[in-house]
Design a binder for this molecule. Structure first.
Ligand SMILES: [Fe+2]
Ligand SMILES: [Fe+2]
Length: 276
């Protein structure tokens, strides 16, 4: 059994320092084996914002794996945007745009979906998808395979965020071949999970998407700062959703997905804390 913390949309530049400290304290207590950051580390891809994001990553109490988001590409700085869209991310966060974690139970691959020309929807190239397939397909069936991207494959449960990943079905088909079971993503600043087959009926196999809200920024869009704690085994994914309660993070809900012969089935959800 493994414990992963899934944080997202940090948006340094618009961060709340009180929440940043609260998140570090909560993670210190939770003791995850890995922290996954699903993009938008900064607000405007400025050097000072990346430096603050890097200081935060260095203070995490566990190894981390991060992918960029659309906000990590400069929007108004056209020269940087066109010549070296992820130059600052590469210099100040990581030069590895396909980070990979492998242990006896989990394989986690990060894939960059941020593009200068598909800022809102993101996309994955054939080379990226083939690379993921080559890496993941040979791994034993006992390993749970997870992809981390920034942009969303499914809309929000209330119908918002209807713009989903460009050519998403092609990516899901290759994830299927590669044996990916779980996609961790952000971008919409809302936390929920869904079976991709609900939005992509052409999918051959069920694959769970777990979305994370904005963990430390003031861009909550009506939802408090939040992150997910995932307890993972090969056949069960338990998601504890933790909200900022004003002075600390608290568990707001918990639900799980169980693998059976037809794919992943969602178990009942327990609300443990009303929205602050
Ligand atoms: Fe964001
Ligand atoms: Fe985003």
């Amino acid at each position: 059994m493994k414990l992963i913390a899934h944080i997202s949309d940090l948006h340094f530049g618009r961060e709340d320092p009180h929440v940043v400290a609260g998140l570090l304290a909560d993670l210190e207590q939770a003791k995850p084996q890995l922290v996954v950051v699903s993009g938008d580390l900064t607000q405007r891809a400025r050097r000072a914002e990346f430096a603050r994001a890097r200081t935060f990553l260095d203070a995490l109490p566990a190894p981390w794996l991060a992918v960029p988001g659309n906000h990590d590409i400069p929007l108004w700085d056209v020269i940087h945007r066109l010549r070296s869209p992820l130059g600052r991310f590469r210099r100040l966060i990581t030069n590895d745009l396909t980070p990979f974690h492998l242990d006896d139970e989990l394989a986690v691959i990060g894939l960059n979906t941020a593009r200068s020309h598909s800022w809102k929807r993101g996309r994955l190239s054939s080379d990226q998808l083939e690379g993921a397939r080559k890496l993941l397909q040979p791994l034993p069936a006992s390993v749970l395979k997870i992809a981390v991207v920034h942009h969303n494959f499914v809309p929000r449960p209330d119908g918002g965020g209807h713009q989903v990943m460009k050519e998403g079905q092609r990516a899901l088909d290759i994830f299927d071949d590669a044996g990916v079971d779980l996609v961790l993503s952000g971008h919409l600043h809302r936390g929920y999970s869904a079976d991709t087959r609900v939005h992509w009926p052409g999918s051959r196999r069920s694959l769970i998407v777990v979305q994370c809200g904005t963990s430390v920024s003031r861009r909550g869009r009506g939802e408090p700062n939040a992150y997910n704690l995932l307890t993972l085994t090969r056949d069960r994914v338990e998601i504890a959703h933790r909200w900022w309660g004003g002075d600390q993070f608290v568990e707001s809900s918990r639900h799980s997905w169980q693998r059976d012969s037809s794919g992943w089935r969602r178990d009942g959800e327990t609300a443990t804390q009303l929205q602050p």
